[in-house]
Design a protein around this ligand. Structure first.
Ligand SMILES: [Zn+2]
Length: 89
């Protein structure tokens, strides 16, 4: 059995409260970082979309940027088929 003095008990209780406070603060910071990351992904998805099919850069393998437009690898494949005459435009 461990016997604490009142002073030791108070000190340990304070340490426990400090640890709980630190944990809550860390969780708030993690929540904010998670929200920032989610917003950044959402913004990136809005900004970079294929100008032909509208897919996000995260929904395709490759996205090629032009001066004022983007095209994804899937639309490039369709364009190649059209250009070589396998698919009528
Ligand atoms: Zn596309």
């Amino acid at each position: 059995m461990i016997i604490f003095t009142r002073k030791e008990r108070d000190r340990l209780q304070q340490q426990l409260l400090d640890a709980m406070h630190d944990k809550a603060e860390a969780e708030r910071r993690a929540d904010k970082a998670e929200a920032r990351a989610a917003r950044a992904i959402e913004e990136a998805e809005k900004k970079v979309r294929c100008s032909f099919c509208g897919k996000s850069q995260f929904d395709v393998k490759k996205m090629i940027a032009g001066p004022a437009a983007f095209i994804c690898n899937e639309c490039v494949a369709v364009c190649v088929d059209v250009c070589i005459g396998e698919v009528k435009p």
